[in-house]
Ligand binder design. Structure first.
Ligand code: ZN
Length: 337
């Protein structure tokens, strides 16, 4: 890595979000510092972004009190990750650059989800944009209202994912409904664990234990912040069968497991009609029909969607080195409840 590159990288990471005084919004006096990093980008003004969303809301007859966010990879003229519009019910969220700050394995849905929930809360907490800016903390200490003038600090804010005492009091004063706050905290918990586990996983490099909740039909990745993968009864039955068969199953002989699979399916499907259930499983175990391959590929895509292709590799049904299908995961970390 040459020095010039390192210098550009540092400059890019340390570029400032321009703290802009909203009370001047009509005259819009601000100083936009162009990055020295030779990084060409087109920018939209905040006004353009917010107007676009307002038009969208109107055209689609969306209630004016509902929140609509524009998720965009286009840059804005003040270089902010996100901001809320004058109506306090619109917002834009920048969707690029997250891997730059959180690392390449980051699932960018999490920082983006963080922004969505944080801006909904600010929309409920404050009356106008000026109050929002007034409520920002200049120093970054992990509260959702940290301004993060230095964009690099966004990782501290999101990995801490907390709300400080002052902001908590402010939410109470502004009567933000408690069920919104409950949701806020549960989303923050999920985002925090996810961003943390992705950082840890590169060091630990060990698969997560899984816990299968038969009633909820969810597979929880215990060490990955309890991230869950939801399978339908047919997918889950097949998954459980493959979990039982540690040496894997040759797909063309899956019909031999028909009874065992039907037994599992009866236990979790919630269906009553035994003939219908038997038919579903008969179709599933038929190697020549399309059902088996479709179900296996759906299971895979659900894990990949939740974990990304690299991390998902341990968990879905795939061809094992022995040339039969199976799940490579070590079974001692598996719990079924
Ligand atoms: Zn705070």
């Amino acid at each position: 890595m040459d020095l010039e590159y390192l210098g550009r990288k540092t400059t890019f990471e340390n570029q400032e979000q321009v703290l802009h005084s909203i009370c001047m919004s009509e005259q819009m006096v601000y100083s936009y510092k162009r990055p020295v990093f030779p990084f060409k980008k087109n920018v939209y003004t905040w006004k353009q972004l917010f107007n676009t969303i307002e038009v969208y809301k109107k055209e689609n007859e969306i209630d004016s009190n509902d929140f609509v966010f524009l998720l965009t990879n286009q840059y804005n003229d003040k270089n902010w990750f996100a901001f809320i519009g004058p109506s306090m019910r619109t917002g834009f969220i920048h969707t690029d650059d997250w891997p730059w700050f959180f690392g390449d394995t980051t699932d960018i849905r999490y920082p983006i989800a963080y922004e969505v929930i944080a801006w909904v809360v600010r929309g409920l907490m404050y009356n106008d944009q000026k109050e929002v800016v007034g409520g920002f903390h200049k120093k970054t200490f992990g509260c959702i209202n940290d301004f993060c003038k230095n964009k690099k600090e966004i990782t501290i804010k999101m990995r801490t994912a907390d709300v400080c005492e002052d902001c908590m009091q402010e939410m109470k004063n502004k009567d933000v409904p408690p069920h919104y706050l409950n949701q806020l905290f549960s989303v923050l918990d999920g985002i925090r664990s996810n961003l943390m586990f992705r950082k840890r996983i590169s060091i630990i490099n060990k698969p997560s234990r899984i816990k299968i909740d038969l009633e909820a039909k969810k597979i929880f990745l215990v060490d990955f912040g309890n991230l869950d993968v939801r399978l339908n009864p047919k997918e889950l039955s097949l998954y459980l069968l493959f979990l039982r068969k540690t040496n894997g199953i040759a797909l063309h002989s899956l019909f031999e497991c028909n009874d065992e699979l039907l037994h599992i399916y009866r236990m979790i499907s919630g269906r009553e009609n035994i003939d219908e259930m038997a038919r579903t499983i008969y179709l599933l175990t038929n190697y020549l029909g399309g059902e088996l391959h479709t179900t296996i590929s759906r299971i895979k895509s659900k894990f990949v969607k939740a974990l990304g292709s690299e991390l998902a590799l341990n968990y879905y049904v795939q061809v094992l080195p022995t040339d039969v299908h199976g799940i490579p995961l070590k079974r001692e970390g598996v719990e079924v409840t």
